[in-house]
Every structure is written in structure tokens, then in C-alpha cells.
Design a protein around this ligand. Sequence first.
Ligand code: HEM
Ligand SMILES: *[C@@H]1O[C@H](CO)[C@@H](O)[C@H](O)[C@H]1NC(C)=O
Ligand SMILES: *[C@@H]1O[C@H](CO)[C@@H](O)[C@H](O)[C@H]1NC(C)=O
Ligand SMILES: *[C@@H]1O[C@H](CO)[C@@H](O)[C@H](O)[C@H]1NC(C)=O
Ligand SMILES: *[C@@H]1O[C@H](CO)[C@@H](O)[C@H](O)[C@H]1NC(C)=O
Ligand SMILES: *[C@@H]1O[C@H](CO)[C@@H](O)[C@H](O)[C@H]1NC(C)=O
Ligand SMILES: *[C@@H]1O[C@H](CO)[C@@H](O)[C@H](O)[C@H]1NC(C)=O
Ligand SMILES: *[C@@H]1O[C@H](CO)[C@@H](O)[C@H](O)[C@H]1NC(C)=O
Length: 325
Amino acid sequence: MMICNLLIIMVAFLAASVLGDYQSYLLSPNYYSGTCDGVEDIVREITWNRVAANYTLPAKLIRLHFHDCFVRGCDGSILLDSTANNPAEKEAIPNLSLGGFDVIDEIKKALELKCPRTVSCADIVALAARDAVSYQFGTPMWTVLTGRKDGNISRKSEVLLNLPSPFSNFSTLNQNFVNKGLNARDLVVLSGAHTIGVGHCNLFSNRLYNFTGKGDQDPSLNRDYAAELKTKCPSLAATSAVYMDPITPEEFDTNYYVALKRNEGLFQSDAALLNDTSASSFVELLINPSVFLSEFRRSIVRMGNVGVLTGQSGEIRLNCSVVNS
Ligand code: HEM
Ligand SMILES: *[C@@H]1O[C@H](CO)[C@@H](O)[C@H](O)[C@H]1NC(C)=O
Ligand SMILES: *[C@@H]1O[C@H](CO)[C@@H](O)[C@H](O)[C@H]1NC(C)=O
Ligand SMILES: *[C@@H]1O[C@H](CO)[C@@H](O)[C@H](O)[C@H]1NC(C)=O
Ligand SMILES: *[C@@H]1O[C@H](CO)[C@@H](O)[C@H](O)[C@H]1NC(C)=O
Ligand SMILES: *[C@@H]1O[C@H](CO)[C@@H](O)[C@H](O)[C@H]1NC(C)=O
Ligand SMILES: *[C@@H]1O[C@H](CO)[C@@H](O)[C@H](O)[C@H]1NC(C)=O
Ligand SMILES: *[C@@H]1O[C@H](CO)[C@@H](O)[C@H](O)[C@H]1NC(C)=O
């Protein structure tokens, strides 16, 4: 009897913690059922076709989702073009190497044909990010909650204030995440997206050549790795791109954390994750692929909920790069 009660309590607790993760959200797992059945199949088919022909797209698309969510919430504002009197988010410095816009446009076009004025650009970004990363696994790796509406504002001036910088220390990065309702755990887990894609030399070459302004190297950077990076970024002014995960740069896996533990994190913001005791022990746990995947599922859903517009707020944009007229 007691064991039975205990079981019930445990099951109830587990259910509450799972549901709790979703219940606080304004979005839902089957938002388009009845209004655009098959939406997820269409997004997946187009995304997988594009990724099959271009391996750089998973990194582009998941970064697009991140940049969308951290500036004005996940409202598709990253997709808007500048207008005569308003430079858009796209124009800001961290837009360097943003990409995948054409994939979003191709999906939008197909969805406007199938179910006009129904699926938001913000939801397309979230779905395409999931599908692009999932291509490697042949199956969707996390649930995307949908029902986001599109915003009608995109300002270049808001980007630097909201996006974390690759030069930041742990406490500043943590604050960037807390400002979005996320936490240190999300910071460590979502940084794991740096298991794919590239970073440009100018964002870390200070660590190689002039860390404290005395022509020195960052002592927290692995010396052999630094030597290798110097061949790819021959001077402070170099602008080429380097893979962020030196072990398996194109696989979505946990080698980002393996490299990080060897002091081979590319940016100061990566290395900073070792500079906080509990973050650093969490990094250790995330080397286990099943721990990483279950944590990533949870954190990316939390990120996808940041500042969303729902119901009567926002619109379903007809063209992802311009607000409806
Ligand atoms: C913790 C704070 C973060 C900082 C400071 C940061 C910073 C950066 C920087 C500076 C780059 C290189 C851009 C370039 O050189 O063109 C980059 C690339 C990238 N970031 Fe982050 N990032 C952070 C978090 C995230 C998150 C949360 C995600 C996604 C969930 C993400 C996904 C990516 C991906 C996939 C790339 C590679 C893009 C490509 O290959 O084109 N990052 N990040
Ligand atoms: C990034 O901003 C620059 C100007 O700062 C602009 O020329 C470029 O087109 C922008 N990139 C994207 C992808 O919008
Ligand atoms: C792959 O996609 C990226 C990002 O959109 C783009 O810059 C690049 O030109 C594409 N490569 C090919 C071969 O199409
Ligand atoms: C982190 O960086 C911020 C901003 O540069 C600075 O004010 C703060 O003192 C730094 N924190 C630590 C622990 O170094
Ligand atoms: C290194 O940094 C110092 C201090 O900011 C600066 O005076 C010096 O010019 C830099 N060296 C190079 C090679 O840029
Ligand atoms: C980590 O902290 C130490 C001292 O607390 C500091 O010297 C070092 O620069 C920090 N590293 C990073 C990447 O923030
Ligand atoms: C932008 O959206 C807000 C809120 O949905 C709305 O009140 C406003 O009229 C819109 N502005 C433009 C220029 O469409
Ligand atoms: C969307 O708007 C942009 C900017 O006005 C335009 O270049 C593009 O052709 C439009 N796309 C579609 C599918 O109408």
C-alpha cells in the first residue's frame, strides 16, 4: 500500500514536471491541426532536401532561431528587411554569416499555397531549425511548440543589447540568459549548438595574439589548439572562418563539450562555461549524449517560448521579409 502510494506520488511528480514544462507556455504541440494539417511534413521535406544539398544549413538555421528569439522574442523579426527609415536586425554586426533565409522563404511559399495566411514565419524558423539539425538523425529530435505570431518591428539598434557577446564572461552571459527568462543551465546546454558551424577569426583572435594588450595569448586556451588556430588566423586582422567543434565539426553531438574540457572552446564565451563551478560540472555531464539530447530538448523548447506573440498580438506575415500592409 505504501509502495503503491509512493509510486503514485512519483508518477504524479514526474507528470507534473513534464506538463509543467509545457503548461506555462502559450504555445502548443498541435497548434495547426485542423487549420494546416501536414505543416510539419512540408517543413521537414523542404528542409531535409536543402540540408542534403548543403551541409552548412543546420548551423545557419539553428542560429537564426536563436537570434530571432533573443531580440524581441521568437517573432520572426530577424527575417524582416530594412526599410527606408529603419535599419533592421539583419544589419547589426552579429549578423555576420547569418544565413538560411532562402530556406525559410521557400517553406513559406509552399505553405502559403497549401494553407494561405495560416502559418507564421516565426513558427517556420523554429520548425526548420529543428528539422535541419534532425536531418542527421533521420527523425525529429525535439518537439516544437507552435502558435507564434509574427512581429512587425525589427531594429538593428536592439541586437547588441540583447544578444550575448563572444567576449563576455560567465556572469554577463548568465545575465543575458536570465534577461530572457532562461537560466545558467540553458546557457550551458544551448551553447552546445556550437557543436556545428563556424566562427570568424576576428571574434577570437585576441585570444591568440593580444589577450591583455601585451601581445600575449589567453592562458586558458590549450596551447596546441592555439598554435593550430594561428595557422588558420595568421594575424589579428584575419577574417577567415574556423569550425567551432574541432573534433566533429559537422555532427550535432557532444564533442563541443569534450573539446571545451580540453580548453579548446573557440570563443571566450565558450571557455567561460568552465569558469563557474556548477556550470563546469554540468559540462562534464553533458558529454554523455543521452543527457545532452534530453537537456537540449528541454532548453530549446524554453528558448522557443521567449517573448512570443500569440492570439491577437502580431500577425501571420505573408512574406517573411516584409510586414503586411
Ligand atoms: C551563449 C551565448 C552565445 C554566444 C556568445 C554565441 C556567439 C556566437 C558567435 C560569435 C558565432 C560566430 C559567428 C560568426 O563568426 O559569424 C556563433 C556561431 C554559431 N552559434 Fe552561437 N552564440 C551563443 C549561443 C548560441 C545558441 C544558444 C545557439 C543555438 C541554440 C547558437 C548557435 C550557433 C551556431 C550553430 C553557430 C554557427 C553558425 C554558422 O556556422 O554559420 N549559439 N555564435
Ligand atoms: C548584415 O549587415 C550588413 C551591413 O551592416 C549588410 O550589408 C548585410 O547585407 C547584412 N547581412 C544580412 C544577412 O542581412
Ligand atoms: C549553402 O548555404 C549557405 C547559407 O545559406 C550559403 O551561403 C552557401 O552559398 C550555400 N552553398 C551552396 C553550395 O549552395
Ligand atoms: C564580467 O564582465 C563584466 C562586464 O565587462 C564586468 O563588469 C564584471 O566585473 C565581470 N565579472 C567577473 C566575475 O569578472
Ligand atoms: C594590442 O593591444 C594593445 C592595447 O589595446 C594595443 O595598443 C596594441 O596596438 C595591440 N597590438 C596589435 C598588434 O594590434
Ligand atoms: C576565468 O576566471 C579567471 C579568474 O577568476 C580569469 O582570470 C579568467 O580570465 C576567466 N576566464 C574566462 C574565460 O572568463
Ligand atoms: C504593429 O503591431 C501592433 C500590435 O500588433 C499594432 O498595434 C500596430 O498597428 C502595428 N504597426 C504596423 C505599422 O503595422
Ligand atoms: C518578399 O518581399 C521581398 C522584399 O520586398 C521581395 O524581394 C520578394 O520577392 C518577396 N517574396 C515573395 C515570395 O513575394
